[in-house]
Design a protein around this ligand. Structure first.
Ligand code: MN3
Length: 195
């Protein structure tokens, strides 16, 4: 059974003006689709990969298969980390956990933006729940994902590959990161935190 590209959770131009429909047409329609296509080619060529979902493939493969599987999973997680009605600040238990880990929501935003900005080259910035239940900010290079770390639960991610922002912000990653806060889907993060 082939892996399918999940539908975007909103219209392609719904994240404007922060992320353009043109960016999503390439990022979702070409890049994310491309990872799905390459993953399916690998699955077709190797019976040992068949019958596994994306999460299982991420956790059990390496090399090129891992890169494509992880990029399929990371991008789906990224689309869900944003919403046209997103932004603002978290509430409830997640807000308490952010305050406990980082001091305040503003301090969290500063640390997250600094980490995302400092990730050299292609990669991802994440808010994760660690095995002890506390929160941390991590970054991963290329397709790497905290999904492979035992006991670590990803809550939120921001794609910092240039293809995520180049059409809208050229090389200015900080401009993209600043705009990204207007899109953050705190309901999605809270749901992951509670899981
Ligand atoms: Mn991407």
């Amino acid at each position: 059974m082939a892996i399918e590209l999940p539908a975007l959770p909103y219209a392609q131009d719904a994240l404007e003006p922060h992320i353009s429909g043109r960016t999503l047409s390439f990022h979702y329609g070409k890049h994310h689709q491309g990872y799905v296509t390459k993953l399916n080619a690998a699955i077709e060529a190797d019976p040992a990969l068949q019958g596994k979902d994306v999460e299982a493939l991420v956790k059990t493969t390496s090399g090129g298969v891992f890169n494509n599987a992880a990029q399929v999973w990371n991008h789906t997680f990224y689309w869900n980390s944003m919403s046209p009605s997103g932004g603002g600040a978290p509430s409830g238990a997640l807000a308490d956990a952010i305050n406990a880990a980082f001091g305040s929501f503003e301090a969290f935003q500063e640390k997250f933006a600094a980490a995302a900005g400092a990730q050299f080259g292609s990669g991802w910035a994440w808010l994760v729940k660690q095995a002890d239940g506390s929160l941390a900010i991590t970054t991963t290079g290329n397709a790497e994902t905290p999904l492979t770390e035992d006991g670590v639960v990803p809550l939120l991610t921001c794609d910092v590959w240039e293809h995520a922002y180049y059409l809208d912000y050229q090389n200015a990653r900080p401009g993209y990161l600043k705009a990204w806060w207007n899109l953050v889907n705190w309901d999605f993060a809270a749901k992951n935190f509670a899981a």
